[in-house]
Design a protein. Structure first.
Length: 223
């Protein structure tokens, strides 16, 4: 299974989506900073499962309807940062879609996540990640789950990995940095967390119109 996660930088990179879907034979596409009002119903062979509605620049998930059936989609609010409260509230920072894989004859859960910006503390982002994993567990206990997105966590990642593993998840980074807009903030921002799902490879894709580079996640079921 091939999953792409991409922060569109206020929808600026939206024109690249069809090209990415075609070039990388994508099964699932997870977006952050997408303009919900401008999202098309389809991107190549992918269909929109749903997008967040409470904030204009939000999250979305597309899936290959030849392989999957969308069972349900749920959006979640997470603890707000001071930036959210003062400037542009992001009410929903997690969206999850339960899919039925018609090829493997089983269900799986995929989620798009966007953590609070760097103006917030790592402790807040850890709280958001922990809450996100708990919400996913409530939706799909025991089934393969993958959460991808912009974690905004460029330093102290070993500590984050330990915290994630304590919740039963694995943290995976791509082969090259995913953010390079400012020299001081260059690094890995876009991650993968997973449970009951093998992560075979995570590649950072070439840079486009966004300040983030998309990541391509190749996964397999563990059993």
């Amino acid at each position: 299974m091939r999953i792409i996660s991409y922060n569109l930088r206020k929808h600026a990179a939206s024109a690249e989506l069809v090209g990415l879907e075609t070039l990388y034979d994508t099964d699932v596409l997870c977006l952050q900073e997408a303009d919900s009002e401008l999202l098309p119903e389809t991107v190549g062979s992918l269909r929109l499962a749903d997008s967040t509605k409470a904030n204009r620049l939000g999250l979305a998930i597309y899936y290959n309807e030849n392989r999957f059936s969308a069972v349900s989609t749920t959006a979640f609010e997470l603890k707000k940062s001071m930036h959210d409260r003062l400037f542009s509230p992001a009410h929903e920072r997690l969206i999850a879609t339960k899919l039925f894989d018609k090829v493997a004859n089983r269900e799986m859960l995929v989620a798009s996540f966007h953590a609070a910006p760097l103006t917030a503390l790592n402790s807040l982002r850890r709280h958001q990640i922990t809450t996100a994993h708990a919400e996913l567990h409530s939706l799909a206990e025991g089934i393969p789950t993958v959460m991808v997105g912009d974690f905004n966590y460029p330093i102290f990642q070993n500590n984050l990995r330990r915290r994630v593993q304590e919740m039963g998840y694995e943290l995976s980074l791509s082969n090259a940095r995913t953010y390079a807009r400012y020299k001081i903030f260059r690094g890995h921002f876009d991650f993968v967390t997973s449970v009951n799902m093998g992560i075979d490879d995570v590649k950072t894709l070439p840079r486009g119109a966004s300040d983030h580079r998309a990541i391509l996640v190749t996964t397999t079921y563990l059993d």
